[in-house]
Ligand binder design. Structure first.
Ligand code: ATP
Ligand code: MG
Length: 585
């Protein structure tokens, strides 16, 4: 085989790779059959055996020489197509990854991204959020979406980048509890609108009463992932501060589950400090008033915990740090590394505390990484996560759902991959809004106070609910299914970094620590529900018996009258007396 290929290789060296010299090729084709007719045939055969038909088909002339040339010219041709992919182009093609897979979901995702941003911004500025959502139908499948908040606004220079550039935001580089974290949300919504209607996103923002309001019309140049401003002006706006985002998009408006109405109601349950007014495209305006003026506790940003980093990340941090020595690096770049702990790590890893971090070699970094994992380090601080709290969770549940029994539980903070998190569970049992006796419970999942509306089956919280033995708590449950009963169950995870399974932020990854905490919270609330169910069963049984006995009281009185010869009035007195006794018992 090698022998047979030799002549072809020679020709390769003569011919410039990628050269367009047609006549040369022709002559090569003409000459070759004369020179080595048999060799050519066998080479073709063996090549097609070894490389498969498709490889053969891509060779221009399909000849022996060309097969020999294949490695180079095809690589050269491929090289012409190999280029950088812009993040916006990537997500335009893969918009389902961001939650824009169909018109119904796209409408919800767009509203969700904008409302989440408004709530984040208001809370960060310690402003009681007042959010307006307006959806208007423009044509059959076209809607205008408007979200307006009373937040701190956005400075003029940042508006184009925030709305016209994917992966641009203030939250990605921080370990801090917030609804957004990726820097994609709102620009992706704008990009979807642009893609389906060709219209720009319209943004108005004002940062204070003495500042002007700025109005922008922005599109995204998807090939460069850059904003294109089609209009920019200062406008009059009665709001002192806030942001208004307006976009047009191809969408489908529905009511019921997984609708905007559903999302806003779910948001209102776990955000009782928020006031939302909603004008749907059809029907009456809806109001979700606030149930408390207490804003969630402000959360602190934390440094990563040493247990949560990987070797590659440690190497990058060593390279990027501003710390002058290793001790300074360990104490300033990580949480819970005191000077004493840093000294212990360096002693164990046999590294000098004065070494410059960017001179640490890969092998030493590996050693440092292993030592960190073996050293006893305090768990990360928990004041960086702000749970809703049992009382506010109950308030929210009672405000939005009609039920017989409510309970809630907030677990103490725990840690996954070095990131602190806290799990909360709330239950509304029985009553009007809790569903029927013979259907599965309604599970409402939340992450950092944001309702997760899709991918229930792929979420760690759902798995934890399914893996809990609900029969112990008086509810029936099929194998591998959610329990059955009249219950609305809320599961909330609050964390400095929520481990979503995809960019559309719909399901939580299956970290064992998270699953464990959810199960423990479910068990705690489950026990309380079981006590309620038992009491309720007893009460119903007593009612049944009482009713049964009540039926016989008049007959007993008649019997007594006949046997003992009572008068009519005495019979009535006996009925009354027996009934009172029954009630009292
Ligand atoms: N209504 C608003 N008021 C003030 N700032 C805002 C508002 N909307 C967006 N921002 C700013 O714009 C940034 C980008 O928002 P975007 O939704 O694209 O990303 P994110 O919220 O950081 O993360 P995610 O992609 O997870 O939503 C935010 O980080 C925030 O700083
Ligand atoms: Mg966002």
């Amino acid at each position: 085989m090698a022998k047979k290929r030799k002549p072809a290789k020679k020709k390769t060296t003569r011919k410039k790779p990628g050269s367009k010299g047609k006549p040369k090729k022709k002559s090569a084709k003409k000459k070759s059959p004369k020179k080595t007719p048999t060799k050519r045939k066998s080479a073709k055969k063996s090549a097609s055996r070894g490389r498969g038909k498709s490889a053969e088909a891509t060779v221009p002339n399909g000849g022996e020489e060309e097969m020999g040339l294949m490695a180079d010219p095809i690589a050269v041709r491929l090289a012409k197509d190999q280029r950088e992919i812009s993040i916006s182009e990537f997500f335009t093609k893969n918009r389902h990854l961001l939650g824009f897979d169909n018109p119904k979901k796209a409408l919800l995702t767009a509203v969700k991204e904008a409302v989440d941003n408004s709530l984040d911004a208001c809370e960060e500025a310690r402003i009681q959020p007042e959010v307006k959502v307006e959806i208007a139908s423009l044509a059959d499948d076209r809607y205008r979406v408007v979200i307006e908040d009373n937040g701190p606004g956005i400075v003029k220079a940042q508006i184009p980048n925030i709305f016209g550039k994917l992966l641009y935001g203030s939250k990605f580089h921080k370990l801090r509890m917030s609804r957004g974290q990726q820097g994609i949300g709102i620009s992706a919504a704008g990009m979807y609108g642009q893609l389906t209607t060709g219209k720009p996103m319209r943004v108005t923002s004002r940062i204070g009463p003495r500042k002007r309001s700025h109005y922008y019309e922005i599109q995204i140049d998807t090939s460069k992932n850059k904003p294109v401003i089609s209009r920019e002006e200062t406008v009059g706006w009665k709001k002192h501060h806030g942001t208004r985002v307006e976009m047009e998009m191809e969408a489908r408006y529905t009511r019921g589950s997984q609708s905007i109405d559903d999302y806003l109601q779910r948001t209102a349950i776990v955000n009782p400090h928020v006031s939302i007014s909603y004008a749907p495209p059809e029907g009456e305006k809806m109001e979700f008033p606030r149930a408390t003026s207490r804003l969630p506790e402000p959360t602190k940003e934390i440094k990563p915990h040493p247990y949560g980093i990987e070797l590659g990340m440690l190497i990058r941090m060593l390279h990027d740090t501003k710390a002058r020595n290793l001790k300074g690096f360990l104490t300033t770049e990580f949480s819970r590394v005191s000077p004493r702990v840093a000294e212990e790590i360096m002693r164990e890893a046999k590294l000098y505390e004065r070494s410059r971090p960017n001179t640490i070699a890969r092998k030493e970094a590996d050693n440092l990484y292993r030592t960190i994992q073996k050293t006893k380090i305090m768990a990360p601080p928990s004041d960086c996560v702000a749970p809703i709290g049992e009382d506010l969770l109950l308030k929210g549940l009672k405000k939005e759902l009609e039920a017989d029994f409510y309970t809630a539980s907030t677990r103490s903070p725990a840690v996954y991959r070095g990131n602190p998190f806290q799990v909360e569970v709330g239950m509304a049992f029985g009553g009007e809004s809790s569903g029927s006796e013979d259907s599965t419970i309604k599970l409402l999942r939340y992450a950092n106070r944001v309702p997760l509306m899709y991918q229930q089956g792929a979420c760690a919280m759902t798995r934890a609910v399914i893996e809990t033995s609900w029969r112990n708590y008086g509810l029936s449950q099929g194998r591998g299914a959610l329990p059955i009963g009249p219950m609305v169950l809320i599961v909330h995870i609050a964390s400095v970094w929520v481990p979503f399974t995809s960019e559309s932020k719909e399901a939580i990854a299956h970290y064992p620590e998270i699953m464990k905490e959810v199960k423990l919270a479910l068990q705690e609330c489950g026990r309380r529900v079981a006590t309620h169910v038992r009491k309720e069963k007893r009460r119903v049984e007593q009612e049944r018996r009482k009713g049964y006995i009540k039926q016989y009281i008049p007959h007993i009185a008649i019997g007594l009258r006949e046997i003992l010869g009572f008068k009519q009035a005495e019979e009535k007195r006996i009925v009354k007396k027996l009934s009172t006794m029954l009630e009292k018992s």
